[in-house]
Write a protein that binds this ligand. Structure first.
Ligand SMILES: C[C@H](O)[C@H](O)[C@H]1CNC2=NC(N)=NC(=O)C2=N1
Length: 102
C-alpha cells in the first residue's frame, strides 16, 4: 500500500477526485463548509478515519474553510494511502454539506 505512485497513476486517479490537485509530492484541496461547526465536524470525522488508516493529513482550519495536504512522509511522496484518504475527506465533506475546490 505504501509504494510511490507513478505520475500516470496519480493523474489517472485524480480524475475521480474532483476538487483535488497535485502539488509536487502532495495532494491538496480546500473544503468550504456551511459554518464553523460543520468544518470541525468534518475534521473530527476525518481524524477517526486517519487514525484507523494510520495515515494523517496536514490540516489548516480558518472559519468555514479547511485546507488539506496529503503526502506519505514514510515514502517521500504520493502513495495509494493518499488517494484513499482524499476519497474519505471528500466523502466526509459531502456528508456535512461542504464543497471542495482545489
Ligand atoms: C511511523 C509512522 O509515523 C506511521 O506509520 C504513520 C503515521 N501517519 C502518517 N501519515 C502520513 N501522512 N504519512 C506517513 O508516512 C505516516 N506514517
Amino acid at each position: 500500500m505504501s509504494r510511490l505512485l507513478s505520475d500516470d497513476e496519480v493523474s489517472t486517479q485524480l480524475r475521480e477526485l474532483p476538487g483535488w490537485r497535485r502539488e509536487g509530492d502532495a495532494l491538496v484541496a480546500t473544503v468550504e463548509a456551511p459554518d464553523f461547526p460543520a468544518a470541525i465536524r468534518i475534521v473530527d470525522a476525518v481524524a477517526d478515519e486517519a487514525e484507523q488508516m494510520n495515515h494523517h493529513p496536514d490540516i489548516d482550519i480558518r472559519w468555514r474553510t479547511t485546507s488539506w495536504l496529503l503526502t506519505t512522509h514514510d515514502a517521500g511522496g504520493l502513495t495509494q494511502l493518499d488517494i484513499e484518504l482524499a476519497h474519505r475527506i471528500s466523502a466526509a465533506a459531502r456528508t456535512h454539506g461542504a464543497t471542495l475546490g482545489a
